[in-house]
Design a protein around this ligand. Sequence first.
Ligand code: NAD
Length: 478
Amino acid sequence: MGDGNKSELERVLKVQRDAFTTARPEPMEVRKDRIKRGIALLVDHGEDLARAMSADFGSRSFEATMVTDITSTIGFGKYCLKNMDHWAKTQKRSPRFPLGLLGAKAEVRYEPKGVIGILSPWNFPIQLSLSPLMQVLAAGNRSMIKPSEFTEATSELTKNLIQQYYNEDEVAVITGGPEVAQAFSGLPFDHLVFTGSTQTGAKVMEAAAKNLVPVTLELGGKSPVVLGRSADYEKAGERIAMGKMMNAGQICLAPDYMIVPEEREEAAVAAVQLGVHHMYPTLLDNDDYSSVVTDKHFDRLQSMVEDARGKGAEVIEVNPGDEDFSGSNARKMPLTILRNVTDDMQAMQEEIFGPILPVKTYSQTNEAIDYINGRDRPLGLYYFGNDKAEREEVLTRTISGGVTVNDVLFHVSVEDLPFGGVGPSGMGSYHGPEGFREFSHARAVYTQPKIDIAKLAGLRPPYGDSARKTIAREMKKV
Ligand code: NAD
């Protein structure tokens, strides 16, 4: 499957690295032209790509795909175009006193790294391959992309389009399954960006380590929603339902579980149910609601619900149109709320990545905080409420990749904020100025003045009084 045998991968890498080395230094206009071509590809063929994604999923909202994958990536390209001159500026730094006075100069140049590999998942196949590409190109790099094997039609179309809009020595797409992905992650890139599960991320990092390739890992995890007592429950329910139902919950940042005050549990569950009813009067034939991507993923979610039921959870299926899902092979699954969950349930151990929402309760805020801190550091954390002190308590006593207050997911839509995880939810980030830095090498450049500084300070053998005076001057407590 695919076109990525090892020698072919090595050939493309060599072609790109040679072209990169020969072309240096490339003017910013060349980088900008590459980004503009990426935007043109999406404007010209965004709708074709959205249709390919729908075919890959079985059903996926055309409008939602246009927003999450196409226009968001175009917007990010434009954001890079607007800010890259500023990001790329050489920064003056201060040489140690009094070296600056004597004419020494220190600066940091943000230089391209070379060829950057991008390994992407199936849930947002375009956003998670071409958004990093925009910033990889902004930083002056070349790129090889290996998209997911689960969205085959989209990956093939992406490959054909990239061939039309780029030379192979600028950007190339390699298709194939896990064996190609494995060979890809073992290539001696100058940097590797991986988006996918925590388990695969660990394998990718291990493969990259063999060549000491630096990695950006965009992983997953169980992103909690903390509802404070001061929250507007109706609004919160609607927003949580929206975030959990989008792409049928197959979002790295989807709210994974809710943790709510014990006496407000009924109200919180009712608010989420109401939110679903408002947005999705029906699910089975509703093009606004996505399918689960494959039978295997669907079966995993079904067994997660059965596991919870078997261990004593109350299972609430939110089925606004009262439809019969049992006879359908569309892989559509209604939002399934789980109450009375315990930590031994699969739904409380693994990232859910589908339309299942466990609910936990707390009596004091610190119980919610302790619960979150007792688990892997999540990718996102959501707090609903208008109690500033409580919000700060939740934020300052927990750790997560990012936070949205009074909604879910939204911090990822702010292009100027870094997006990334922490610990098991990832390392490094892109978006924002941080992404440009991530894909650049911060090269330190120091220029020595004419005056012989080492001699002046006595720091050249033979050492004598002058050296001892210099040392004595530094040996002071502050
Ligand atoms: P995955 O880890 O199964 O696959 C991702 C990519 O890794 C695919 O291209 C696949 O071909 C490749 N791969 C598979 N086995 C490999 C191996 N042994 N070595 C190297 N590469 C290998 O993830 P997925 O199921 O496609 O996506 C779902 C996961 O991705 C979820 O955990 C989700 O949270 C996470 N995710 C994270 C983000 C983020 O930005 N942080 C975004 C989307 C998805």
